[in-house]
Design a protein around this ligand. Structure first.
Ligand code: NAI
Length: 399
């Protein structure tokens, strides 16, 4: 019997997946809980689902002996102490792709709106003006979209943009297979010089900090548009403000900011506030009903697959073992300290208790090794307690 505890109003699609898989003890909480209550809510939980507001630190994880896996029903996983989870034999899963399409649609929509100067025209009509001019308004068809970071989201944006008749070029630090008619440029500078609309889809971190700075903005075509729905650290906001004020850029759309408000009532602090050719959105690129539903399903399926077969494919902190059909009478999941001879020790313990190994898959990562063994023979409480109590063992479960 497995108990699943879900926090932070995770989409009901997740519960549906657990129940369909026979894991029907699902407890849901509408919000994250303060540490004391969280500890209590985790007690007896085998699988836990959280979003970004629930922090699972080393102390909480070490006081949750029944916990087998954690699902982050979002993209980010830094709310969990991943190393501590790994050292307790707990894989952590997330949903890296479920909101890709939502971000891509928003970016294409913003490109079209900005090419037509709709934010500004919308504001003018609200202010009582009826300015029917076509000056500065362009179709997307035939324009060049420059994508910086041609990963999951960037490549989706390219596919959608081509469907709208745009020419797609991209720049990535890795060699990428171009989709459709997209073309890689040989440098960022070349992309900036050709694109009518530049959109960023790179990760955050030091290597991408301020890649769009004053020099990069100056290298963009006069009248070009900049869109950033990746990370707030990627664009130098003061330099962008200057490029918009001088008219060098005709518009911008930002969904992410170097410093973002922490709550609904806190205003965004940015020099771009009030500019009618700038679309500002509160980091909602991936926030749609569809993406929430997809995330619910994607992460729940990963937890169910792990729960039923031990597969850890897609875990962010754990040796990854892909799904393989069970072959023996029982399947034993063994997490051990990654030391020489660990496999021999495990095999000997199994042999001493009359278990014949039919199939075995091992992967190691850092300080731990993870092995799935399909065995013939009687796997009773005695064998399990021998395996669990051996000093090499981090944890051991039967599925
Ligand atoms: P991904 O990892 O699939 O793609 C990132 C790409 O950027 C990779 O191809 C990588 O090689 C490339 N890259 C890394 N450094 C680069 C550099 N200096 N120059 C050019 N290319 C570089 O990531 P994914 O899923 O496409 O996400 C992209 C960004 O979107 C991430 O920063 C993510 O946090 C953000 N995001 C934002 C959301 C929102 O709500 N606005 C929602 C989901 C993701």
């Amino acid at each position: 019997m497995s108990r699943v505890v879900l926090f932070e109003n995770i989409h009901p699609s997740a519960k549906e997946v657990f129940v369909n898989a026979g894991m029907d003890e699902v407890i849901t909480h509408a919000a994250s809980l303060p540490p004391g209550e969280l500890q209590e809510a985790l007690s007896g939980a085998h699988f836990v689902g959280i979003r970004s507001r629930t922090h699972l630190d080393a102390a909480l994880l070490s006081n949750a002996p029944d916990l087998r896996a954690v699902g982050c029903f979002c993209i980010g996983t830094n709310q969990v102490d991943l190393d501590a989870a790994m050292l307790h034999g707990i894989p952590v899963f997330n949903a890296p792709f479920s909101n890709t399409r939502s971000v891509a649609e928003l970016v294409l929509g913003e490109a079209i709106l900005l090419l037509r100067r709709i934010p500004e025209k919308n504001a003018r009509v609200h202010q009582g003006h009826w300015d029917k001019t076509a000056t500065g308004a362009f179709e997307a068809r035939g324009k060049t979209l420059g994508i910086i970071g041609y990963g999951n989201i960037g490549s989706q944006v390219g596919t959608l943009a081509e469907a709208a008749g745009m020419r797609v070029i991209f720049h990535d630090v890795e060699a990428k297979l171009p989709l459709g008619n997209a073309r890689a440029t040989t440098s960022l500078k070349k992309l900036l010089a050709q694109a009518d609309v530049v959109t960023l889809h790179v990760p955050g971190g030091k290597s991408t900090a301020n890649i769009i700075n004053a020099a990069a903005l100056a290298a963009m075509k006069p009248g070009a548009i900049l869109i950033n729905a990746s990370r707030g650290t990627v664009v130098d906001i003061d330099a962008l403000h200057a490029a918009l004020q001088s008219g060098h850029l005709s518009g911008a759309a930002l969904d992410v900011f170097p410093s973002e408000p922490k709550s609904t009532d806190e205003p965004l602090n940015s020099p771009l506030i009030g500019m009618h050719n700038v679309i500002l959105t509160p980091h909602i690129g991936g926030s749609t009903q569809e993406s929430q539903e997809n995330i619910g399903r994607e992460v729940a399926e990963k937890l169910v697959r792990f729960g039923l077969s031990g597969t850890t494919k897609g875990a962010v902190n754990f040796p990854e073992i892909a799904y393989q059909e069970a072959l023996g009478a029982a399947r034993i999941l063994h997490v051990h300290r990654n030391l020489p001879g660990a496999m021999g020790t495990l095999s000997n313990m199994m042999a001493e208790h009359g278990l014949n190994i039919v199939s075995q898959q091992l992967q190691t990562r850092g300080q731990i090794g993870y092995v799935i063994s399909d065995v013939e023979g009687k796997v009773d409480d005695t064998v399990m307690s021998v395996l669990r109590s051996h000093p090499i063992t981090v944890r051991c479960d039967l599925v």
